[in-house]
Design a protein. Sequence first.
Length: 138
Amino acid sequence: MKKQLLLTFALLGVLVGLSTATAVAQETITADKSGRFHLGKAARVGDKVLDAGMYQVQHFDEKADHIVIFRKVEMGYRGNMGNQNLGEEVLRAKCTVEAVDKKIGDTIILLRKNAGGDREAFEVWIRGERVKHVLPAS
């Protein structure tokens, strides 16, 4: 009986360890209500790279395709956060959509390490929608 209990706790410990390792490998960036967010380090989206900086993420449908767009946000005089201008589109990626259980509360970008060790965005969740946008792998 003691051995079985000990074995059960050991197995539980291994499972918790595996799930924690997966959670640590993933990073979540939360955007504001308009989809603006700060990227501290460069990250891949498909075969392209977003450099560190301020961006806005948006989703739209183009015919039968779902598209996620990243636009550069230009800071005001001397990096003033209160005076931001929406800049040029820097990245456009086709994505697939998967339904989620409830309406999404905040816009988030999920990142992970890819096989080459680079940070890559793999999902975008847009505030108010009921689908997640799955980005192409790099």
